[in-house]
Design a protein. Structure first.
Length: 294
């Protein structure tokens, strides 16, 4: 439990976000997203290219006037690497190792230029959101260190940083996928001087996905931390302790304001029993004179 609490701490979230920001910026600026080999015919021999070349008649430094090579011996396989901004390939016209670089946008077919621009915009938004998230987490740590009484504002900064981090991670993921789609289309239907014989992912591609993993881990952890500390428990000054005997749902208000039934109405005396008249009382009474004999 102590390890999980440490992993959900704002300080660890800040470290993850900064690492994700640095790795994402490194991958975005690099031209090693993909690398591979091309298959091109051997160039003609020249004063600066004397090895792995096709001999030219009349050259004094050529050992042979004709080339009898067949099959793959007539080709060379220079290396190349490409990224969002640049594509560099080995210069086949010199013996010394040298690269020629050009913009990747110039290699992209016209139908894919819009997708490439959208991918670049998403990558830049990804970097921008990570910068904002890192700033918010830094402010939260500063408030926790210098103003402990403003814990509520710190939790609010934590929530916003979590939203920005997760949103930036999703934009970065979509940008990565879109760029790889554009590169595959360019490799298959691009210009003839850029037709890879074989290619694969390079280190910048894996660095970008490691950065995405750190980004999502930081965002989900920060959001989970905010949910447990604020949404489920609530601020301390608004916490209401309900008595244990209250098992009703929804919870009733505190004991000080419990509902009390109104007092009963004042007691009414029971009605007196009805007066019962006996037959003796109904018989007319006569005096003795009235019943005396004549």
């Amino acid at each position: 439990m102590a390890v999980m609490k440490h992993l959900r701490s704002p300080r660890w979230n800040f470290v993850q976000t900064v690492v994700s920001l640095l790795l994402s910026a490194l991958a975005l600026l690099s031209s090693y997203w993909c690398e591979g080999k091309q298959k091109v015919p051997k160039p003609l021999c020249s004063p600066i290219r004397t090895q792995k070349c096709t001999p030219v008649p009349g050259m004094s430094n050529s050992s042979a006037q004709f080339s009898w090579e067949t099959g793959d011996d007539r080709f060379i396989f220079p290396t190349f690497h490409a990224g969002l901004w640049m594509s560099c390939q080995e210069n086949i016209y010199t013996d010394a190792w040298e690269e020629k670089c050009r913009s990747f946008m110039t290699l992209t077919p016209g139908s894919e230029k819009g997708i490439l621009w959208l991918s670049v915009v998403m990558e830049l938004m990804y970097i921008g959101l990570l910068c904002i998230s890192s700033l918010l987490l830094f402010v939260q740590l500063s408030l926790a260190a210098w103003c402990p009484l403003t814990q509520h504002w710190g939790q609010l900064f934590n929530a916003y940083s979590a939203v920005f981090t997760v949103l930036g991670g999703l934009l970065g993921m979509v940008g990565h996928i879109m760029f790889m789609q554009v590169f595959q289309v360019t490799a298959s239907s691009g210009p003839e001087d850029f037709k890879p014989h074989s290619y694969g992912y390079s280190w910048a591609f894996y660095v970008a996905w490691v950065a995405f993993t750190c980004c999502m881990s930081s965002g989900v952890s920060a959001l989970n931390n905010y949910t447990k500390k604020v949404l489920m428990v609530g601020p301390k000054h608004r916490t209401v302790m309900y008595p244990c005997r209250n098992f009703t749902f929804p919870p009733q208000p505190p004991e000080a304001s419990y509902y009390r039934p109104p007092p009963p109405p004042p007691s009414v005396p029971a009605p007196s029993p009805p007066l019962i008249l006996s037959t003796h009382s109904l018989t007319p009474q006569c005096s003795e004179d009235e019943y005396s004999p004549l």
